[in-house]
Design a protein around this ligand. Structure first.
Ligand SMILES: [Zn+2]
Length: 582
């Protein structure tokens, strides 16, 4: 529901091209009940969007009144005259939080059949027009109805309360009369972090249910007009889409717009905002003294019994300063991997990412698509890892398919790629912070192809090169130096020196990228152990998985509050019991 004032039409166009519905709303300072003004206002809103977003006029179908204050019968007459299909401004309040009875959408052929909460309500007959009632949600304490999702008297102020709020209202429909469930709210409610996180989890989880569809209002009305049972829904024409791997925009973007989008410079806080967008930077906006030093371990290749023992001994019994176990990320290919070990490592809090199926060079869209999909399915099937927890991908040999790879990964539900390298030069220069690809790959391209197009909200975790123990050559991976450190003490000092570049410098997350087989040489194992022992003497160093590192990137939290930073807590989270729903 967009208004002409304050709307960024480039973003609206992008959303439209991704299949989101665009409807109209207005930002008048007061409610409109005068029919002439209303008609002018609706016309102007509609025309402004059509002039700026290059969409088909038929695709603007819905209207919402400011303050939900309507002009009753006149409003429906005006909307019909202007070609609208539905209004969604009237509210319905179910009797209690869990009676399972929300209102289905209805046509306006007969007078509004419920109590008129905000008069006037229509009283005459209007054919061929839909009203989509705003079913009030109930607050998480089940005490009061909320006129909108962001307007509860008992506002959910923790992620768990927000989750209860969302799930309780969802279950009311899901276990009740199955009336379409709508969340009506202002976009800025997502700036309320607990709600954002709870909604993010909710969406990922319900999409794993076989009978839940998240669709725009227009497609919901298609179903109302032509109800189709679940058994036939996958063939339902109105809900079909082009295959995800090759999205075809409904309308081509005008050539003048596309270059403008990618040539734009990333300015944090202006055209790029957390939690979904983070510009390339060497200096975080937070005061350096307040930044906890993150260390993440990104470990590659098959997890099997030849390497698992090293990690069990090195990682399983250590804790971070907040008392929670340290974690690391393992990027495993299907080939050679022991899934029983993977399951065990995951249960111990380790993150598991994909490193393809075959560990071949994968440099075409088709190859990446096939293996990134398949490897994820294998992890879910054989190691019981929820698909929504498999978020990271690393290319074998760091050979990527460029923009195609980011497209494919994002469509498959990956949140980040960790395949592009960055080299600080000279050795005392700064490492780069992780970034989102909203403005393509903004750094030198060491291994082509790099990203040349924007990929909104997709994280790139740069593989920051190491400087070797003599400080003369670079090593892409920690275990990949041409001149390897000769003793365990050299290994420890080599790791420590590179770490201090961040710790005593810009505090950028310090990543160690290596293969499990590095520890076949005991000097490497012992040196690495000495390095971990040293890290654990530092009160502000956290050893976390890539995923948890990105949680911090999205919600930067100073040292003083890090003990209570939600994503890093280790209490067992209550997961929804979907099996009890049906
Ligand atoms: Zn590998």
């Amino acid at each position: 529901m967009a208004t002409r004032k304050g709307t960024d039409f480039n973003i609206l166009l992008d959303f439209y091209n991704r299949g989101f519905e665009v409807a109209t709303h207005t930002d008048t300072p007061s409610a409109i009940t005068n029919t002439t003004i209303l008609e002018l206002e609706i016309k102007t809103e509609r025309q402004t969007i059509l002039d700026n977003v290059f969409m088909s006029a038929n695709d603007i179908q819905g209207w919402r009144s400011p303050y939900l204050k309507t002009a009753g019968d006149d409003q429906i007459r005006v909307l019909k005259k202007l070609g609208y299909r539905y209004d969604t401004s009237k509210t319905f309040v179910r009797k209690n939080a869990t009676d399972g009875l929300n209102s289905f959408p209805l046509t306006t052929d007969f007078p509004w059949p419920y109590p008129c909460n905000i008069p006037p309500c229509w009283t005459q007959s209007h054919s061929n027009f839909w009203e989509v009632p705003i079913n009030a949600l109930w607050d998480y304490k089940k005490a009061y109805p909320c006129p909108t999702a962001d307007g509860c008297h008992n506002r959910p102020d923790t992620e768990e309360d927000a989750r209860e709020f969302i799930m309780m209202n969802f279950k009311n429909s899901y276990n009740g009369n199955r009336a379409p469930l709508g969340f009506h709210m202002m976009g800025n409610f997502f700036r309320h972090v607990p709600f954002y996180r709870a909604m993010d989890r909710f969406i990922k989880e319900v999409l794993m249910l076989p009978d839940v569809y998240i669709i725009p209002i227009s497609k919901m009305l298609d179903w109302m007009e032509q109800p189709v049972p679940l058994a036939q829904i996958t063939r339902y024409e109105s809900w079909k889409c082009a295959p995800l791997a090759s999205p075809t925009p409904a309308m081509p973007a005008l050539p003048t717009l596309a270059p403008k989008l990618s040539a734009e410079k990333c300015v944090q806080g202006q055209n790029c905002n957390l939690p979904s967008c983070f510009c390339k930077t060497f200096d975080h906006s937070m005061n350096k003294a307040d930044i906890p030093q993150i260390v993440y371990l990104a470990i590659d290749d098959a997890l099997d019994t030849s390497v698992s023992g090293y990690f069990e001994r090195l990682l399983f019994n250590r804790t971070n300063p907040n008392g929670c176990p340290i974690s690391a990320t393992f990027f495993v290919p299907t080939t050679g991997t022991n899934y029983t070990l993977v399951r065990d490592f995951y249960a111990k809090g380790m993150e598991i990412g994909s490193h393809s199926v075959t560990h071949n060079n994968l440099i075409t869209r088709e190859a990446v698509s096939r293996e990134a999909r398949r490897s994820k399915e294998n992890l879910a099937t054989y190691a019981d890892i929820p698909l929504s927890d498999i978020l990271g991908y690393r290319s074998p040999y760091l050979a990527t398919a460029g923009d195609d790879q980011a497209d494919v990964l994002q469509n498959l539900g990956y949140a980040y790629d960790i395949s592009y390298t960055f080299t600080r030069r000279p050795s005392y220069a700064k490492n780069v912070w992780p970034l989102t690809a909203d403005f393509a790959w903004p750094l030198p391209c060491n291994v082509a192809p790099c990203l040349r197009r924007p990929h909104r909200g997709f994280w790139e975790v740069p593989v920051n090169s190491m400087w070797d123990y003599t400080n003369t050559d670079i090593c892409a991976y920690a275990d990949d130096c041409q001149r390897p450190p000769p003793t365990h003490d050299h290994v420890r000092r080599y790791l420590t020196n590179n770490f201090k570049n961040s710790y005593e410098g810009n505090k950028a997350p310090f990543g160690l990228h290596f293969h499990g087989r590095w520890f076949h040489e005991s000097r490497n194992y012992m040196g690495f152990k000495g390095f971990l022992d040293y890290l654990q003497t530092l009160p502000d160093v956290y050893i976390v998985s890539v995923k948890k590192m990105l949680d911090w990137m999205q919600y930067p939290t100073p040292k003083s509050q890090i003990q209570t930073f939600g994503p890093w807590k280790c209490a067992v989270m209550k997961r929804p019991q979907f099996q009890q729903l049906s």
